[in-house]
Design a protein around this ligand. Structure first.
Ligand SMILES: [Zn+2]
Length: 112
């Protein structure tokens, strides 16, 4: 009998993934809206998990649809996001995804 492998959730919408995009590891710095807070540095590893829908959106470069999907998912977890926070989230997420787009490889690795 085969045991089910635990996979991390889709990096874009948190749903069940079908595989991942290999990507060179990178770091980005995020500047908070509050100037009294320190910028945060985030490191990303080489595997970007994606479900079928997010994979298609990444491959077709449909970032605005992906953003809507991501924000819907975030709202369902956290509740409504105040608009000034949403602007910040969009900005940060967009910067992150554009960096990912630059460093990712084309060969999606299916695991299911
Ligand atoms: Zn997804």
């Amino acid at each position: 009998m085969q045991t089910k492998m635990e996979l991390p959730p889709c990096d874009f919408c948190n749903r069940e993934p079908v595989g991942y995009f290999p990507c060179d590891p990178f770091e980005i710095t995020s500047f908070p809206a509050d100037i009294n807070e320190k910028p945060s540095r985030f490191e990303y590893d080489g595997q970007w998990w994606a479900c079928t829908s997010c994979k298609k959106m990444v491959e077709s470069g449909n970032w605005s649809a992906l953003m809507n999907r991501f924000l819907r998912q975030l709202t369902s977890i956290r509740g409504n996001i105040p608009s000034e926070q949403e602007g910040n989230i969009r900005l940060h997420t967009n910067a992150l995804w554009m960096t990912f787009e630059r460093y990712r490889e084309n060969n999606f690795v299916e695991v299911k």
